[in-house]
Design a protein around this ligand. Structure first.
Ligand SMILES: NC(=O)CC[C@H](N)C(=O)O
Length: 358
């Protein structure tokens, strides 16, 4: 195995051995604290452009199976792990973690002191890093700014037939588990590209619309805020993660970047109406700014127990709900799967809703 290096823009260099695809890679170095679920994590399109550090020390031990991919292929820029297991043991395993990376063209580095790296990111804030086979004094500055949503969103509209309500899923980089959750509830689902205008969605005559998760800074989608607002004014709407941020922005709120993001499977979130705490799966670097919420338009429904950040919003008069966390889980706890179920259930009761004048 070849020696490799991770150079952070703040100057620290971490050594290890290169795994996966043989290529250098630049990305935002983030960390995920989940103890399981590496397959779902590397295939979550929201990680496009990022290099993930796995906090859990052993990765690859239960292999890769045929069912847990969250997308067609990993879109992330790299992985950083402690111990790589090359002898997986699980009855469903069909591949090795390192092989999966190689096949997807994703480079990685193993044998890294991930504990020290995570401590570094926690003190520095999220930093850019460069994965390569040589030590670098500086990060490449020539890399062009990518628009990751464009890369991971579907190019074509896709239809999934079913007997229940028709939901349009706007694909900013959706996780397969969101689609599966809708299909399990009996929904017919139409997946549309991220840049589908309101008029086109209107013609599809959905019973509800779901705005998916996705990579990058939500402000990159500024051009689409008016369309998103129109969609939510016309149809019962649920926003998940990036979808949550986009709806907030479309109504005039602001987002900001967290110091080092929430990524993991045990983020406690308080439901404000009941005081109950749910344990959630999370993966986000941006949050909606508290002070920017117009409370006559949106009520805050959930808050993160650790840092009090906004985790959910509900429109004061229309059926628009958003969550910053991932109710579809995969990986992570299913405490909040009722959010997707309730979204579908309310479509039944809404029928021909007469919307309040806005
Ligand atoms: N999972 C997501 O949808 C992530 C949303 C956004 N890209 C963020 O990092 O905050």
């Amino acid at each position: 195995m070849k020696q490799g290096y991770l150079t952070l823009e703040t100057g620290e260099v971490f050594e290890g051995v290169l795994i996966g695809a043989e290529k250098d890679s630049l990305g935002e170095v983030v960390f995920n604290t989940s103890m399981t679920g590496y397959q779902e994590i590397i295939t979550d399109p929201s990680y496009a452009g990022q290099i993930i550090t796995f906090c859990y020390p052993i990765i690859g031990n239960y292999g890769i199976n045929a069912i847990d991919d969250e997308s067609i292929s990993p879109a992330l820029s790299g992985v950083i792990i402690g111990d790589l297991c090359e002898t997986p043991s699980h009855y469903q395993s069909i591949n090795k973690f390192s092989e999966k990376l190689k096949q997807a063209g994703v480079p990685g580095i193993a044998g890294v002191d991930t504990r020290l790296l995570v401590k570094t990111i926690r003190s520095r804030g999220t930093v850019k890093g460069y994965l390569s086979h040589t030590k670098k004094a500086n990060l490449p500055t020539t890399a062009k700014q990518e628009f990751w949503v464009e890369k991971v969103s579907t190019k074509k509209t896709q239809f999934f037939k079913n007997n229940g309500h028709h939901v349009v899923l706007i694909d900013f980089g959706y996780k397969k588990s969101i689609l599966n959750a809708l299909l399990e509830e009996g929904c017919a689902v139409t997946i549309v590209p991220y840049n589908t205008p309101f008029e086109k969605i209107k013609v599809m005559n959905p019973d509800g619309v779901l705005l998916s998760n996705g990579p990058g800074d939500p402000m990159e989608l500024k051009k689409w805020f008016p369309e998103i607002k129109k969609v939510s004014q016309q149809f019962p709407t649920l926003g998940i993660c990036l979808g949550h941020q986009l709806i907030a922005l479309a109504y005039g709120a602001k987002t900001e970047k967290l110091a080092y993001g929430h990524r993991g499977g045990n983020h406690p979130v308080k439901e404000l109406t009941t005081g109950k705490v749910k344990i959630t799966a999370q993966n986000h670097g941006y949050v909606v700014v508290d002070e920017s919420i117009d409370e006559s338009v949106f009520a805050v429904t959930y808050r993160n127990v650790n840092d009090q950040s906004i985790e959910g919003l509900k429109h004061q008069s229309n059926p628009i709900q958003t969550v910053q966390f991932h109710p579809e889980a995969h990986p992570g706890p299913s405490d909040t799967e009722y959010i997707l179920k309730d979204f579908v259930k309310q479509l039944a009761s809404l029928g021909e809703t007469v919307y309040a004048a806005r």
